[in-house]
Design a protein around this ligand. Structure first.
Ligand code: C2E
Ligand code: CA
Ligand code: CA
Length: 765
């Protein structure tokens, strides 16, 4: 084969290859594609022109071919500059502006111009006919134009090399690889060109090297993935991971592990041969399983949790390349999750279930119960006056009480069928089969539940409401509501009680609702009126009276306060009722003003603890005395001692204010609550009302009453004893130094007219 044919084939193949590259580049998504395809396009011109030169055997056509070749090479250089500029962009630092290689474009233009100008006077090159393999071939002999063109091309070439060298210096090590390849090929094609020029070869073959170089560029720009970069990055990621990673080859020998892995197994770093035995020792035999698996492992010894995952790696032809094992220590996470779960389902103080969790457990149990006929109940335990425990003994002590109840439940409610928890504050809830409920057990514990600190032993009462579950589909919260309703009407009972929700309770609640809805009407139509019970001095002379509410009900007749006062106290409506009674008392005092027999009599009114929340007592009483123009001295104010148990200081202020305004303040029901004698000296009261019924059942009652009377006398507080039923009681109290007296012995509470009549008759005696 002649040289011409050989090179023609090579040039044609190269042209086709470049065309394919252009088509391929067109499909690529990389922005660099437009630069590389321009280079591919540019190099087609010198290839094609060389094809013309080699195949023409005609002088003119050869000259045109050489011109096209040189112009083509300049275009290749210029497009290469543009490509290189863009390709090396990656190394530019953030914020650095892209600089266009304008100078290089100008130099390229100058080259084309000089060749154009010098071609006019035939100063670019000459062609010389030579015979190669018996065929005519025109070889070019450089003149000024071609020499200048070659110099310019080498300048641009040098600039391109410089751009790559700068790129190599500026870029990270792992990226340099591609620049080295380019630089090397660039060098080779530069040398090839130089060799052709200096060796004065017949056929210029340097364009072959150039076009191969451009093919390499094409590959690097569009297809080369820096594998080493990926490898380095991946291995860094794996090494830095918090999980232990072990890599095995296809013979299942450990070939690599990260530091976490060695540390986890407690073996020296790098000792891959120790990995497998160490894994076996720690986690048992993990072999003989499927290829890919993941498993949660719990090591009971140290209470550790792990997630172990094994994955096989296969080549495309499905042959095993190896595998890797990832061991994730999930202990901390598990503990955290368990803690979160515990916290969200348990009460932090007593460590019992909280209400939402208790409800959901009960719901689940009720849902799964299969044994027909077995009966269940929910139990609602409310610690009475827990606020007072907190107030007197302190919150810490109150917490102790709750913990004691919780501990008792833990030790006594051990059956798996019993579920219990703390519903809220001082309320506990239990769910259990009815046959397991031992009423006596609860009564024994809570009838004698005494908490004590250094000074005081305090008896705690609980109210226990029970709802026997009839409808298992009923909302659990409603079941507990019903258990609560069973004791709702007993808030004023200071003893431990157990009550069942039944129809009576239902009816009571309905009755209560009726009372509540008829209160306004009853007040308007004067169904609710004060009865008066006389208060006497040591001579039995009536000096005043206590106003005690009575509801003269159209259907039920004269209703005593215990039937309605607690109802209204529970919901705060008591204040409405009290204000009405206070007003009646003031009105009465104003009518007595001008009657000699009555003008000095006082009336004691009752203040409910709730009144402190719902009204400004001082202001209301002041307004009333002004409205009825009565002397505040004649209006005595009875406040139960339990009121003093909370916000003592605030209460002291209110008491002082009332006393400043001239009212007489009485501490009612002394002995019923928890007030200590020491508290008495700080209470700004004028009268101490001691209730016989609270103290008479005590064997030491005589002594206690005597001491209380003595103390109040010492403190300059008038002592009044109520609940006197016999003459001997009266005489005893006189002996003890008591000043004022009230009780059935003198008279029961009576209607106003009856009272007035009573006073008249007494005076006449
Ligand atoms: P209290 O303020 O301690 O009133 C004294 C209660 O003892 C009265 O019962 C009275 O009838 C009763 N009593 C008086 N002497 C004797 C006696 O010798 N033996 C016995 N066993 N009892 C005697 P009442 O009227 O049924 O009132 C009960 C409670 O209802 C009162 O206790 C008071 O806390 C409350 N209450 C009555 N009226 C009102 C009121 O208008 N407003 C408020 N907030 N509470 C009232
Ligand atoms: Ca009273
Ligand atoms: Ca009383």
């Amino acid at each position: 084969m002649s040289q011409q044919i050989k090179y023609s084939i090579i040039f044609t193949v190269l042209i086709l290859t470049q065309v394919i590259c252009i088509i391929k580049a067109h499909k690529s998504e990389k922005p660099i594609k437009k630069y590389i395809s321009k280079v591919n396009l540019a190099v087609i011109l010198p290839l094609w022109s060389n094809l013309i030169i080699i195949g023409s055997h005609n002088r003119i056509i050869s000259i045109i071919g050489y011109y096209l070749y040189y112009i083509g090479m300049t275009l290749v250089m210029v497009t290469l500059v543009a490509f290189t500029n863009s390709y090396c962009q990656g190394i530019r630092r953030e914020g650095e502006k892209e600089q266009k290689p304008t100078i290089m474009y100008i130099i390229g233009t100058i080259d084309l111009l000089q060749m154009g100008i010098l071609s006019i006077c035939n100063k670019v090159f000459l062609v010389e006919p030579i015979i190669i393999d018996n065929k005519l071939y025109y070889k070019s002999i450089p003149l000024l134009g071609l020499t200048l063109h070659r110099i310019i091309d080498y300048v641009i070439f040098g600039a391109i090399i410089l751009m790559y060298i700068i790129a190599i210096l500026k870029t990270a090590k792992i990226y340099r690889e591609k620049f080295y390849v380019i630089l090397t090929t660039l060098f080779i094609s530069g040398l090839a060109q130089g060799y052709y020029i200096t060796a004065n070869m017949d056929i210029d073959k340097s364009v072959i090297i150039h076009s191969i170089f451009i093919l390499i560029l094409f590959y690097l720009a569009l297809y080369h993935r820096p594998l080493r970069l990926l490898d380095t990055m991946l291995s860094n990621v794996v090494s830095d991971m918090n999980d232990a990673i072990f890599v095995f080859n296809n013979k299942n020998e450990c070939i690599w592990a990260n530091d976490v892995g060695y540390n986890l197994l407690n073996i020296p770093i790098g000792k891959t041969n120790k990995v497998k035995p160490a894994i076996k020792e720690r986690f048992g035999d993990l072999e003989n399983r499927q290829e890919n698996w993941i498993e949660d492992v719990f090591l009971a010894e140290n209470k550790e949790y792990f997630i172990i995952e094994k994955k096989s790696v296969k080549t495309d032809n499905k042959l095993l390349d190896g595998s890797f094992l990832v061991i994730k220590d999930s202990t901390a996470r598990r503990i955290q999750v368990e803690k979160e779960l515990y916290d969200s389902s348990h009460d932090s103080l007593t460590k019992l279930y909280n209400a939402p969790y208790l409800y959901s457990c009960i719901e689940k149990t009720l849902h799964t119960i299969t044994s027909i006929g077995k009966k269940y109940c929910v139990i609602y335990i409310d610690i009475k006056n827990f606020k007072i425990v907190n107030d007197i003994f302190g919150k810490k002590f109150g917490d102790q009480v709750l913990i004691q109840v919780a501990d008792w439940l833990r030790t006594n409610m051990k059956s798996r069928e019993i579920i219990y928890g703390r519903l809220v504050g001082d309320i506990f809830g239990i769910f259990m089969p009815v046959d397991l409920f031992d009423e006596q057990l609860f009564l024994n514990k809570f009838s004698n539940f005494i908490v004590s600190n250094n000074e005081i032993n305090h008896q705690i009462y609980v109210h226990i409401g029970i709802y026997n579950i009839k409808d298992k589909k009923l909302d659990v919260s409603i079941m507990f509501d019903r258990a609560h309703l069973a004791i709702a009407n007993n808030t004023d009972k200071y003893e431990t009680i157990i009550k069942y929700y039944d129809n009576t309770i239902r009816n009571e609640i309905l009755d209560e609702q009726k009372l509540i809805s008829s209160l306004d009407d009853a007040l308007k139509t004067n169904q609710i009126i004060p009865y008066l019970q006389p208060i006497t001095d040591i001579n039995g002379k009536v000096i005043g009276a206590e106003a005690l509410a009575r509801w003269i009900h159209p259907e039920q007749g004269c209703m005593p306060p215990y039937k309605f006062i607690p109802v209204f106290e529970r919901n705060g409506l008591i204040t409405k009722l009290d204000k009405h009674i206070w007003e009646c008392a003031c009105e009465l005092l104003s009518t007595w003003k001008n009657k000699d027999l009555f003008k000095d009599l006082f009336i004691s009114i009752n203040i409910s603890p709730k009144d402190f929340y719902f009204t400004d007592i001082v202001d209301t009483l002041m307004t009333l005395t002004q409205k009825y123009e009565i002397n505040p001295k004649l209006l005595r104010i009875e406040i139960t001692e339990t009121v003093m148990m909370s916000n003592f200081e605030d209460k002291v202020k209110i008491f002082n204010k009332l006393r400043e305004l001239g009212f007489i303040v009485e501490i009612d029901d002394f002995g019923s609550g928890y007030s200590s004698l020491s508290l008495l000296k700080d209470m700004p009261a004028d009268v101490l009302k001691i209730d016989m019924k609270f103290l008479s059942n005590n064997t030491k009652s005589q002594t206690i009453i005597k001491n209380v009377i003595n103390l109040s006398n010492d403190l300059n507080i008038t002592s009044l004893t109520e609940g006197i039923e016999t003459e001997s009681q009266f005489n005893q109290l006189i002996d003890m130094g008591c000043s004022l007296f009230q009780g059935y012995y003198f008279a029961k509470p009576m209607a106003i007219t009856d009272f007035e009549q009573f006073v008249k008759e007494r005076r006449c005696v």
